[in-house]
Design a protein around this ligand. Structure first.
Ligand code: HEM
Length: 235
């Protein structure tokens, strides 16, 4: 492994660890319960945020020159999402499983199977992330595999979390539904649902050309931040 490659992996690993640590702290503040369950939520939502960021890197670079510098970390960050998702799946299927490893597959199949499929897609992308695979497939096919694979994994994760947690998301979207006493920090799922929408809006905004996409991206990002601050500090 070259020095440059080692540097990129180290930066991606440190960044991913920082994201997971931050999300863990937020989840503990919101739920008041530190431990493996909070770690599972932090690694789950960390995967969503990291993969979403990987998917946004292309559009963000085309819109804002400042993001050019982070583009070279895209592959390494993508690989980190396999590590974080595997941690989440291990925690929910073993230490945290109340009805055995396959309990959720029986009780919530429409959520559990898309989750497992997302993990399999991320694993395939990991296997095909090394240089030998680019030589084997050719550059064009390799890029298409990575391009569509990352999108497919993101959609499957979205289905998994929305099917599992739509009640919490809907109850937060209803006016007048304030958080439980003592906690005004929205649960991470509310942040995740808004991030999912944001990724969709930013990707679709490119259909209108760079200038309009830039405005849509700035306005929608500001809107999400305002909503989060509002739900955190109102009440
Ligand atoms: C790539 C694989 C996966 C990813 C990225 C992923 C992601 C997520 C996300 C974003 C959430 C919502 C977290 C929150 O409450 O804020 C979640 C929750 C959950 N997932 Fe997954 N998931 C994956 C696979 C799986 C699999 C295979 C299972 C097991 C059958 C599973 C079981 C659960 C459970 C039980 C929860 C609820 C956790 C809780 O509320 O404490 N996940 N997952």
């Amino acid at each position: 492994m070259s020095k440059e490659s080692l540097f990129q992996y180290t930066c991606a690993a440190v960044f991913a660890a920082g994201v997971i640590f931050g999300l863990y702290r937020v989840d503990v503040l919101a739920s008041g319960e530190p431990g493996l369950s909070a770690l599972s939520v932090a690694t789950a939502s960390g995967t969503l945020f990291l993969l979403g960021f990987v998917l946004l890197m292309g559009p963000l670079c085309r819109m804002f020159a400042i993001f050019d510098r982070v583009l070279k970390f895209r592959k390494e960050l993508g690989i980190m999402t396999f590590v974080t998702s595997l941690t989440h799946v291990y925690l929910v299927m073993f230490p945290l499983a109340r009805s055995g490893p396959w309990g959720l597959f029986r009780s919530r199949p429409f959520s559990a199977y898309p989750g497992l499929e997302a993990l399999i897609v991320l694993f395939v992308l990991l296997i095909f992330s090394w240089n030998w695979s680019m030589k084997l497939l050719g550059t064009k096919l390799w890029w298409e595999l990575q391009y569509w694979g990352a999108r497919l994994a993101f959609v499957l994760i979205g289905v998994h979390m929305v099917v599992l947690k739509y009640k919490t998301i809907v109850s937060w979207a209803m006016p007048g539904n304030l958080p439980e006493a003592g906690s005004h920090i929205p649960p991470l799922i509310v942040w995740e649902a808004q991030f999912l929408l944001l990724v969709l809006v930013i990707r679709l905004s490119e259909l209108f050309g760079v200038k309009i996409a830039r405005i849509i991206t700035q306005v929608s990002t500001a809107l999400v931040l305002v909503v989060l601050l509002w739900t955190t500090f109102a009440g």
